[in-house]
Design a protein around this ligand. Structure first.
Ligand code: TUI
Length: 315
């Protein structure tokens, strides 16, 4: 059994968060993870507040355990979703792709534990100053919107920069990653890609099949020119996007337009040509569809065995 301070802080059995993945992490997946003792997280993504309200209501019927909501701060609906989560007093709010400072008072006064995703020490310190309960330090191995620094380099630096608990994210796909995260100073992990193939994850089968077929070098980042690099599986879409990104005759607006709707096309329709299949670098380690329970329990069992042997080379 592995118990860390984040388990007590949130009231969870296992120090594992399921990443809030836009168009992927719904009430069903979040509740499945929370029911096994991890922290399930509903992703608001770019969806309107009404959708998020429905998902929160549904999750409350599926689990009595704590769950979280991830707010993607670049969304035009972020303000309305910020109000909604305060009204609903969800246990945990995680944020991504921006600065949550302006919402912090609203959330903390509603008793919510706010855990921003950060990609730098500067942002981690800002989050701590504005009242965050913990931070998720996400390295660029992860899927979706990414920073510049790897998990290996980022996590220890964030641990040194703040006095609140640090959760590691990016490149963690099995118990070896969990154990490594603890060695870097984290007290928990956030996992996204591995949960894409959870039985309770409702994405199109084509998406799951592509993750299972992926090798180590099958992801790529695009969109750096637009100021928000995004990691996804190599597909006809990503190749076309890269070509246009580095071809001076395509405008920023044209590039933005090319990406619009592509996440939904991947997750909901499994569109192999036009979809953008967000995924992290551990895709190559994901071999089979499993229940959320098996994923969490297997990762923690592996981590426990590895940590038990951690002093093997210490003489
Ligand atoms: O947010 C994520 N991952 C995401 S968001 C997303 S939806 C999207 N769709 C199209 C384009 C862009 C996004 C898909 N995946 N991860 C958390 C994360 N947050 N990674 C990096 C950051 C971050 C970046 C900048 C946090 C703070 C920050 O502040 C910048 C500033 O100056 O405001």
């Amino acid at each position: 059994m592995i118990k860390t301070p984040i388990c007590e802080l949130i009231g969870i059995r296992h120090p594992v968060f399921q990443g809030g993945m836009a168009w992927v992490s719904d009430a069903e997946l979040a509740a499945a993870v929370s029911n096994v003792g991890g922290l399930g997280i509903i992703a608001a993504g770019n969806a309107p507040a009404e959708y998020v309200a429905e998902q929160i209501k549904k999750a409350k019927t599926l689990t009595s355990k704590p769950f979280g909501v991830n707010i993607m701060l670049m969304s035009p609906h972020a303000g309305a979703v910020a109000e909604l989560v305060a009204k609903e007093s969800v246990a945990v709010v995680t944020t991504g792709a921006g600065n949550p400072s302006r919402h912090m008072k609203l959330w903390t006064s509603a008793g919510i534990k706010v855990i921003p995703v950060v990609a730098s020490t500067g942002f981690a310190k800002l989050a701590e100053r504005s009242g965050a309960a913990a931070v998720i330090a996400e390295g660029c191995e992860s899927g979706g919107h990414v920073g510049e620094t790897t998990t290996m380099a980022l996590v220890p630096q964030v641990c040194d920069a703040v006095n609140i608990p640090v959760i590691a994210a990016g490149g963690i796909g099995d118990g070896r990653g969990v154990a490594a995260a603890f060695m870097l100073g984290a007290v928990g992990v956030q996992v996204g890609t591995r949960f894409l193939v959870a039985k309770e994850c409702g994405i199109h089968q084509n998406y799951k099949d592509k993750i299972i077929a992926a090798k180590d070098i099958d992801t790529v980042t695009t969109g750096k020119r637009l100021g928000h690099p995004v990691r996804s599986l190599k597909t006809p879409f990503s190749r076309e996007f890269s070509k246009k990104e580095y071809d001076g005759s395509t405008t920023g607006e044209e590039l933005e337009a090319l990406g619009t709707g592509a996440l939904k096309l991947a997750a909901a329709c499994g569109d192999l040509k036009n979809g953008c299949f967000l995924a992290g670098q551990i895709s190559g380690m994901v071999k089979t569809e499993q229940s959320a329970k098996d994923i969490v329990e297997e990762m923690m069992r592996e981590a426990e065995a590895i940590l038990g042997r951690a002093s093997t080379w210490v003489k």
